[in-house]
Design a binder for this molecule. Sequence first.
Ligand code: ISJ
Length: 325
Amino acid sequence: MGDSKIFLAYRVPGGKLQFYRESQDSPQLFHFVNFKADLELQMAMEACAPYDFQAWHFHSDQEAPSKESQLTLLDQSIQALQNGEGAKVVISRLYPAQTKWSPIQVLERMDALYPQATVYLFSHPEAGTWLGASPENLLSLDEGNLEIASLAGTRKWEERDTFTAKEREEQAIVSRSIIDLLKAQNNIEAIEGGNTEIKKAGNLAHLYNAIQAKAGTSFKPESFVKELHPTPAVGGSPKGWAIDFILKNELYDRRFYTGYFGWSHLERSSAQFWVNLRCAEYNGLHNLNLYVGGGITAQSQAMDEWKETEAKAQTILKALEKQNV
Ligand SMILES: C=C(O[C@@H]1C=C(C(=O)O)C=C[C@H]1O)C(=O)O
């Protein structure tokens, strides 16, 4: 195991932290896909005992956009939406940070801090080293039961009663786009939008629906997820316009942020994919870039959106900090 080039540890909400190693015999495939979906890493992995890992992969660092240039980008995005170019676009940035903890110690801290998230640490020659605590289930399929999260809108947890009708409508746009895509599949039935709930994600609250449906035996989660990604929660609406806008205008490369990761199974029709949010990429053993963003509409204010990304950065920053968990 000492010569393995890939490291993976993973924990679902309510589960126990599990380490994995590559194994060609395993029917469990781990996927790690970038935002542009032009780099889809896929590998057979099996659960194993915790192990030490030294050969962390680091990719070239990216420069974080200055606050000034990010505020200008936010203003330009708001202007484009006011001009009617689109209804919503998610704009993001980098947030550089340091830690004295090793990657596995940071993972253990995230495990303790965020029981309701899916936490992971992954190192791969083509991806670099990433970790995250995702609140957003892109898709899960178990014995024909399909579930997809619709997540949007952000408040501090203490202010969770102050979501406005406008924000509820924005989150409803995410739900509708997912439901419309499900309705267009010929092997999906009994679609239920669920009730809108408040979901806790670290110190934040989001509006959330668990959309459920029944999938027929011909349903292929790995191909459906390619149609589903990116949802308006991390891209925008209309989808094609928002992706173009992001790729042309954001001041850095999202790489695997707002892509997705998770599992499919070769022998069973089961899968579980999570949106790669509240995540960070290492560029040295104690240096990282956090990736944070938020949905922009014609009514957004650039400075409020900047503050929202500061609040979102706290999820990972808390796991990097010195104090006891
Ligand atoms: C884009 C992010 O989060 C997404 C955007 C949200 C928003 O616009 O309020 C809320 C949850 C996520 O769907 C992020 O955390 O970086």
